[in-house]
Design a protein around this ligand. Sequence first.
Ligand code: ZN
Length: 166
Amino acid sequence: MLAAKFGGVQCPVCSSEETRVVDSRSADDGQSIRRRRACSDCGHRFNTFERVEVSAHAAVLVTKQSGQTEPFEAAKIVAGLTAAAKGRPLAAADFESLVFEVEELARRRGGVVTSRWIGLAVLERLKQLDDVAYLRFASVYKDFSEIGDFQREAQLIKHESSSGPT
Ligand SMILES: [Zn+2]
């Protein structure tokens, strides 16, 4: 569950920790993220505002397969996701929070990750959002992973949906 990854925020009304994110949007030019949350127990809705600490906002570096290292470019990944999700019921905020989450994870892992790691982290989250966008993104960025994995994934998804009309 994607929502579970944002857990740990208590409901201000009933103190339940079963709260889920219903909307996310970046603010302050990407320095902050505003989340709309809903309590699963009492239904109360509230906002959280998460600010990236300046000290924790060191650049994340990505090592490419060629051995070259370049800075993590959130905008580039968001653009790739937007293209992959054309016509799908996903909002820009979905991609921004996805990429934000991956960047934070990379930072916690020491700030230097491989392009393959980034690709898999993005794909893992995208798969939970939308199967079609996931497969399109996987096919465009196939250098992120073994092509065989994606073919197997495609067959699994095809098999799962073969009971209904396509
Ligand atoms: Zn509550």
